[in-house]
Design a protein around this ligand. Structure first.
Ligand SMILES: C[S@@+](CC[C@H](N)C(=O)[O-])C[C@H]1O[C@@H](n2cnc3c(N)ncnc32)[C@H](O)[C@@H]1O
Length: 239
């Protein structure tokens, strides 16, 4: 799959696909490369662009609320997730975090409790080109904890995350990292309490605030629009 970009419009299309819009009919050739320009029958030009992480956030089919790239960045920076790492992720949702980590070369096992969501996420991993690195398992992660151990990184984005955090002494390998995304502070407190209870080190919760800058003829200032609060991110490590 590639993105076909015309001014501020982008479409995710497969080689050989026929796409119709008010800009005309676009017959996507069987062989395309990034940078190629393909015209519709009305002469409107689309530039071919390969997919990268932020494109996945914009274009993958959405189910569970996807993690925003700014929060993914913090997860990557704070856990140090890297190529070759074994990662346990739950819940998969849209699979944005899983896809980013798979694209970095980590081997990810991700649990999704909703079978329909899991199916969409598997297709999303195909589009992201990481189906060989990201295994989506259908099921409740809390039911599978007895058979899981020794991960370099555990990433959680579920309401019942505290129950999983309680099991991190076996889920994580020594020195391994935990990252938990929680939209509400109440759930975050429970996550922190569970992390303390099982003796994790370096427990830290961050509220990510990011402001885009606007530059125009009148002056420069932080944007007055955009997304404000997303969630709280709690990090910790197994001693
Ligand atoms: C907010 S979404 C996760 C989004 C994901 N981090 C991403 O970047 O796309 C939460 C997902 O967790 C799933 N879920 C909730 N509890 C679960 C559990 N105990 N085991 C597995 N999946 C669970 C939900 O069905 C939902 O799809």
């Amino acid at each position: 799959m590639y993105l076909f970009v015309h001014e501020d419009r982008e479409h995710l299309l497969e080689p050989g696909e026929r796409f119709e819009s008010d800009l005309g009919i676009l017959e996507v050739p069987d062989e395309v490369s990034p940078g190629d320009v393909v015209e519709t029958h009305l002469g409107n030009a689309f530039t071919v662009r390969r997919l990268r992480g932020p494109d996945l956030f914009t274009h993958l089919d959405r189910t569970g609320a996807p993690m925003m790239p700014r929060d993914v960045g913090l997860v990557v920076g704070k856990t140090g997730v890297a190529a070759g790492d074994r990662v346990l992720d739950a819940g998969t949702g849209t699979g944005i975090l899983s896809a980013y980590m798979g694209r970095m070369g980590a081997d990810v096992v991700s649990y999704e409790i909703d079978p329909d969501f899991a199916e969409v996420a598997r297709n999303n991993m195909e589009i992201a080109g990481v189906a060989d690195r990201v295994e989506i398992r259908t099921g409740d992660v809390t039911d599978a904890l007895d058979e899981l151990s020794g991960f370099d990184v555990v990433t959680l984005d579920t309401e019942d995350a505290p129950a999983v955090v309680e099991r991190t002494p076996t889920l994580l390998s020594r020195g391994g990292s935990l990252a938990v995304y929680s939209p509400f502070v109440e759930n975050t407190r429970e996550v922190v309490a569970a992390a303390r209870e099982v003796g994790l080190d370096d427990i830290e919760t961050l509220d990510t605030i990011q402001r885009e800058m606007d530059f125009d003829d009148r002056g420069s200032r932080p944007s007055t629009g955009g997304v404000g609060h997303t969630g709280y991110l709690t990090f910790a490590r197994r001693p």
